[in-house]
Design a binder for this molecule. Structure first.
Ligand code: SAM
Length: 276
């Protein structure tokens, strides 16, 4: 394939291009997803097609979203003749997943995600969860540890609470840097996120829940009481309207001295319900 666009393509550091170069890891990711012949699978960042090749063989339809225009010709050359393959040349951060999977209404998603935008992509996936049922994602190991961190763990942060609210999380396995080319500096992990049919603890105003959680985590070394006391003005006003931060926390049965990372989603929901 001398001179093919795939081989002459210059790596983009900005796009987090660490390509999978280990067929055993590719197999393990595909086995974890277990694509079915009657379903649509989205792949974010097909790159040189390490995962795509097996997806095209097994899934009913594959929608691959690639941002790097230098990779498009290579992908089309390799998979363009497969009737179940659709290539979308766009930025996954602004792609409407529900639209690109049509005529399907729902899809599962697999991705070896660019590390530099993994948090932003996770938020985007959560926003678009109405048409996603499950995701198998390779991310930097620290990000997976943060996502999977239970209440009480120092790794727990805003992202853990958001992902846990909308998805069941299962860490699958770690991947050593040597599985990629170029070799990254960090370890990776593969995680399965199963989208819950509804948020784990219902509140009337989900936007308010996320304002409360975000304010609670604003300064990690401060207690939940102090963080809520210095919440952004609109939220502070709302808290004052309900008697102030200490009253709200007492009513929600949350000890004032606790830190945000110790709160369960149910406790965040209890605080939010008092403010609705
Ligand atoms: N899936 C391939 C593999 O496992 O070898 C490539 C993985 S590489 C870590 C990340 C891929 O995502 C690259 O192909 C990169 O060009 C692509 N990418 C980066 N940012 C993107 C974005 N915002 N939208 C879609 N694709 C993106």
């Amino acid at each position: 394939m001398k001179g093919s666009p795939t081989l002459t393509h210059r790596l983009s550091k900005r796009l987090g291009q660490n390509f999978l170069n280990d067929s055993q890891i590719v197999d393990r990711i595909i086995q974890a997803l277990d694509p079915k012949s009657n379903e649509t699978v989205i792949e974010i960042g097909p790159g040189r097609g390490a995962l795509t090749a097996q997806l095209v063989e097994t899934a009913g339809a594959v929608v691959a979203i690639e941002f790097d225009r230098n990779l498009i010709a290579g992908l089309l050359e390799r998979f363009g003749s497969s009737r179940n393959f659709k290539l979308v040349h766009s930025d996954a951060l602004s792609t409407d997943f529900c639209f690109v999977i049509k005529p399907a209404n729902q899809a599962r998603l697999v991705a070896n995600l660019p590390y530099n935008i993994s948090t932003a992509i996770l938020q985007r996936l959560i926003e678009q969860r109405s048409c996603l049922t499950e995701m198998v994602l390779m991310l930097q190991r620290e990000v997976v540890e943060r996502i999977a961190a239970p209440a009480g763990s120092t790794d727990r942060g805003y992202l853990s609470v958001v992902v846990g609210a909308y998805c069941e999380t299962e860490k699958l396995f770690d991947v050593a840097p040597g599985a990629f080319r170029p070799i990254p500096k960090v370890w990776s992990s593969v995680v399965r996120l199963k989208v819950r049919p509804r948020i784990a603890f219902a509140v009337k105003d989900e936007a308010l829940l996320w304002r409360v959680v975000s304010a609670g985590f604003a300064q990690r070394r401060k207690t939940i009481l102090n963080n809520l006391r210095s919440a952004p003005p609109r939220l502070q006003e709302l808290i004052k309207l309900h008697g102030g931060a200490s009253i709200v926390l007492c009513q929600a049965e949350v000890d004032l001295r606790r830190r945000a990372e110790t709160l369960t989603l149910e406790e965040w929901a209890r605080i939010t319900r008092l403010l609705e």
